[in-house]
Write a protein that binds this ligand. Structure first.
Ligand code: PRT
Ligand code: MG
Length: 224
């Protein structure tokens, strides 16, 4: 019997957009356009790889529990999850941004109060950050539009991602400090690393070559 396909979990949006050129360079061509298709499981041409398309914050669950052998996630999502049950194999260098603390420009001048409320999707990372800098913070878990929280008095600070900074600026917010730089990572389920070592390493190697800009598997010659 043929081996089951290697399953790679990724998310629609920024990560998928920026992953596709790397996947193509690594020889993985989906049999439907993952961005527009309604299908959540996609085959690929001539490779034993299938793609599953899930929400960004759900990718770690698929990889941790082995429903996906591999996944592509932001370092933000990986760090917030904690990485249980998986190995980080590769920095893909895509979907770059940074996790920052931000506040309304007028509040930023005040400096932190004795105790502040912080709105974020990154509860664990925010808690760790404010503990490290010795600020008492009550963390409020939001699922989206963090930028709104300071404008309506829900929180004095937010912990959120920013890239160009235009979303913060558009809402009168300023960046106070960077918690960490973020880019997307290839992660692998721990058991898959053992049981399907060759397949996982092969795919990771081809992606590494694509990242390095050769655009072709390491064994191939020539080409730009
Ligand atoms: O939407 P859903 O809940 O399904 O998931 P998600 O919002 O986590 O997915 P998505 O596609 O928005 O983000 C997936 C991953 O992309 C994140 O986990 C990051 O690793 C990465 N990434 C890179 C970003 C950004 N850049 C980014 N700029 N994720 C979000 N943003 C947001 C930012 O917070 C702001 O609201 O995009 C907006 C524009 O940013 P500016 O600074 O350029 O204005
Ligand atoms: Mg989103």
């Amino acid at each position: 019997m043929a081996e089951p396909p290697i399953t790679l979990a990724l998310s629609k949006g920024r990560i998928l957009e920026e992953s596709m050129p790397l996947l193509r360079a690594a020889g993985i061509e989906p049999d439907a356009d993952p961005e527009s298709s309604r299908r959540l499981v996609l085959g690929t041409r001539d490779t034993g790889v299938r793609l599953v398309v899930v929400r960004a914050s759900d990718v770690p669950a698929y990889v941790q529990f082995g429903a996906a052998d591999l996944g592509i996630i932001g370092k933000d999502v990986l760090a917030e999850h904690g990485g249980a049950g998986m190995y980080e194999l590769l920095d893909l260098g895509i979907a770059r941004c940074r996790l920052v603390v931000a506040a309304r420009a007028e509040d930023a001048r005040d400096g932190p109060r004795q105790r502040i409320r912080v709105a974020t999707k990154y509860v664990r990372l925010a808690r760790r950050h404010f503990a490290a800098v010795g600020v008492q913070a009550d963390i409020i878990h939001l699922y989206g539009s963090m930028e709104l929280a300071p404008l309506v008095g829900l929180a004095q600070r937010i912990v959120d991602l920013t890239d160009t900074g235009s979303t913060l600026r558009a809402n009168g917010l300023v960046e106070l400090e960077t918690i960490m730089p973020v880019s997307s990572r290839l992660v692998a389920n721990r058991a898959s690393m053992k049981l399907r070592h060759r397949d996982v390493q092969d795919l990771a190697g081809r992606l590494a070559a694509a990242v390095a800009g050769s655009g072709t598997p390491a064994t191939a010659t020539g080409g730009a």
